[in-house]
Write a protein that binds this ligand. Structure first.
Ligand code: ADP
Length: 218
């Protein structure tokens, strides 16, 4: 379904979000105070505008009030990003996601009402470390402090065995959410579905259980 997004701040982070959302077929309003940055997003957004993100009148003129979801990608200038977040929440935008440069920035953003705070370098660092930790890990997402989702490549150990036979939930307390085979994704794996060599299993569980499964089970 087509959605409407605002991306404020078109640096490396904001511009890649903008391009990707637009590529996914959504309406994207791209805003930056730099005319060059705005020009670069002209063909990768529904509408690109030069504006100061902390100037409420110009933001209202751009119709930001009608959007459901905004991302504030002004990482370096903490004051600007905090003011902009506060203003967007006061205008009444339901979802405001914001990039933070460090923990202090993150805490302030949470206080002023950011719905999600992202520290891209930190989050990416964690994911990359997990890839480096194990060659079986294809991707990694933290759900909370203790629970995660990991994508693991199936070795010969699991080959041609069904989920029922593997009994992963009972043995490792991990749930297999999906099985990826090439471009196909089985999002509702059944007990008698068999795992093939090089399938990617999407597993959810406690960090320790996932680690055990990764070390011994796959
Ligand atoms: P990245 O690290 O993702 O490249 P930057 O922090 O370098 O991000 O980029 C931030 C972007 O936000 C820049 O393009 C900058 O012009 C823009 N920006 C900074 N202040 C404002 C503002 N007050 N209003 C609108 N855009 C702003």
């Amino acid at each position: 379904m087509k959605k409407q997004f605002i991306v404020i701040g078109l640096g490396r982070f904001g511009s890649s979000i903008c391009k990707e959302l637009f590529k996914l077929g959504h309406d994207v309003l791209a805003i930056d105070s730099s005319p060059e940055r705005v020009e670069m997003m002209r063909n990768f957004s529904s509408h690109a505008a030069v504006a100061n993100a902390t100037d409420e009148a110009s933001m209202r003129d751009l119709g930001v009030r009608n959007f459901e979801h905004a991302v504030v990608a002004i990482g370096e200038n903490m004051q600007t990003s905090v003011l902009c977040t506060l203003m967007l929440k006061e205008i009444g935008i339901p979802l405001v996601w914001v990039k933070a440069k460090d923990l202090q920035h993150q805490m302030i953003l949470e206080k002023v009402g950011a719905d999600r705070v992202i520290q891209p370098e930190k989050e990416m660092g964690i994911r990359i470390a997990h890839h480096m930790d194990s060659e079986k890990v294809v991707d990694y997402i933290d759900l909370s402090e203790d629970y995660s989702i990991v994508e693991l490549v199936a070795s010969e150990k699991l080959m041609n065995q069904s989920l029922l036979e593997l009994n992963i939930r009972a043995r490792y307390q991990c749930t297999i959410l999906a099985i990826k085979r090439g471009d196909e994704v089985n999002v509702a794996p059944m007990p008698d579905d068999e795992v093939k060599l090089d399938d990617v299993l999407v597993a959810m569980g406690h960090r320790n259980d996932l680690k055990r499964f990764e070390a011994k089970g796959i």
